[in-house]
Design a protein around this ligand. Structure first.
Ligand SMILES: *Cc1c(COP(=O)(O)O)cnc(C)c1O
Length: 415
């Protein structure tokens, strides 16, 4: 591993888990020894060639990495026509990083494989996870099945009702799904309950957190497992274009796929970076999930970060058409990248995402998940404004199979 030079955007977190003012580990005292154990195990694993070799092997043969880098020719042409219609000459080249082709249909598996190897290395015998839409629950249940661990997934009762196909997938994979009725019965409550389970079963249990949030060292280790995305893009873009992209775009829920794409490029300051938050029905009301654009710093789930909260500091629920983007917080590294100005975070509304979903499906024959449809909407906004020799790379972090029911309902199809 190379040591990052000073004044780098890639050096964080510090030894206490801080990215500037954000991150840290705000956990119950009983959890502290575990968190420290995890940190030691992670520090050993990340420099252990055998650990990295096994992960690389699984990434290749189980997940299907490297995922393709794809030139979206017809979307590029579409943006050039839009630019020409407005009297311009723009229309940057649009590339997709095809992480939706991974086993289980999204980037979540990159992180789950890394963490299950860590759990085995630590001698743990039981896996717990939280899930909102169920994508992380399915990925966690998948690796638990593959490695023979009992797996307990906490899921808000409201989400259990809304996401029945994923609940059944988890059960098929042998996981026990625990509906959580506290609060609004959504992801935030599921994460609280998973942390409670962890405190109670400290010795036996490994908690696979699904995004680049939670107490240190989770934001760092999830980022490092997901950084395979950005590392591959660097190599693939050099092979395809002989240079790095000009612009990167990714959707931000908790921020794991985004930081995975961004992190290897943070010190290439010529590369412009956009993180796309769920703008829901717009930022004026409370029907959105734009923690960075409309929240303020506070503490949730073991770290300090931007959060959606009311005047009394109560955490708000948030809304998005895409279940994977409605986490009321965001990983602490994104809060720091936001405040430092290295990454620009923008909101995209439900309607804009839905339009992009349909455009991509029709023009590229790729049905994207609603989460990356947000990123794509941002791509479609900026591509026509950039010269034709500019290159945009967007992370297509999930496939849309899971979303056809939601989209069908909005379009008036009964499925
Ligand atoms: C879970 C999920 C997200 C949101 O999680 P991040 O940690 O922000 O990446 C985005 N897209 C898809 C397809 C997901 O499954």
């Amino acid at each position: 591993m190379t040591v990052a030079p000073p004044n780098t955007y890639r050096a964080g977190p510090d030894e206490r888990g801080h990215f500037g003012l954000f991150g840290g580990r705000f956990v119950a005292e009983t959890l502290m020894p575990l968190i420290l154990d995890l940190e030691i195990a992670w520090n050993e694993a990340k420099t252990d060639p055998a650990f990295q070799a096994e992960l690389t092997h699984l990434n290749a043969h189980y997940t299907g990495r490297p995922s393709a880098l794809y030139f979206a020719e017809r979307l590029t042409e579409h943006c050039r026509e839009a630019a020409a219609a407005a009297g311009g000459k723009g229309g940057a080249k649009i590339y997709f990083k095809r992480d939706e082709l991974n086993h289980t249909g999204s980037h979540k598996i990159n992180n789950c494989l890394g963490q299950i190897l860590l759990a085995r290395r630590m001698g743990k015998t039981r896996i717990i996870a939280e899930t909102g839409a169920g994508q992380h629950g399915v990925a966690a249940a998948t690796v638990a099945a593959r490695f023979g661990f009992p797996c307990h997934v906490y899921m808000g009762a409201t989400d259990v009702e809304r996401q029945k196909p994923n609940v059944f997938r988890m059960k098929l994979l042998g996981a026990e799904v625990h509906p959580v009725t506290s609060g609004a019965g959504t992801l935030k409550d599921a994460m609280n309950e998973a942390l409670r389970d962890w405190v109670t079963n400290v010795e036996s249990t490994y908690y696979i957190i699904g995004t680049a949030a939670g107490p240190h060292p989770y934001p760092e280790l999830v980022r490092d497992f997901q950084s395979v995305i950005g590392k591959e893009v660097r190599e693939q873009m050099m092979a395809a274009e002989g240079r790095l992209p000009d612009v990167l775009v990714a959707a931000v829920g908790g921020g794991s796929n985004a930081i995975g794409l961004f992190h290897p490029f943070l010190d290439d300051t010529d590369v412009e970076i956009y993180g796309v938050e769920a703008g829901g029905h717009g930022l004026e009301g409370e029907e959105h999930c734009a923690s960075l654009n409309a929240g303020r710093p506070g503490v949730l789930h073991g770290n300090r970060t931007y959060l959606l909260q009311d005047d009394d500091g109560q955490i708000l629920e948030g809304h998005s058409i895409s279940a994977g983007l409605d986490y009321p917080g965001v990983g602490p590294e994104h809060s720091w990248l936001h405040d430092s100005g290295r990454v620009t975070y923008v909101p995209i509304t439900d309607t804009e995402a839905l339009d992009a979903f349909q455009t991509c499906t029709r023009l590229e024959g790729i049905i994207p998940a609603l989460e990356p449809s947000h990123a794509l909407a941002q791509v479609l906004k900026i591509a026509p404004t950039l010269a034709q020799d500019k290159i945009i790379c967007m992370n297509m972090c999930g496939r849309g199979d899971k979303d056809v029911f939601t989209v069908g309902k909005i379009m008036g199809y009964e499925l």
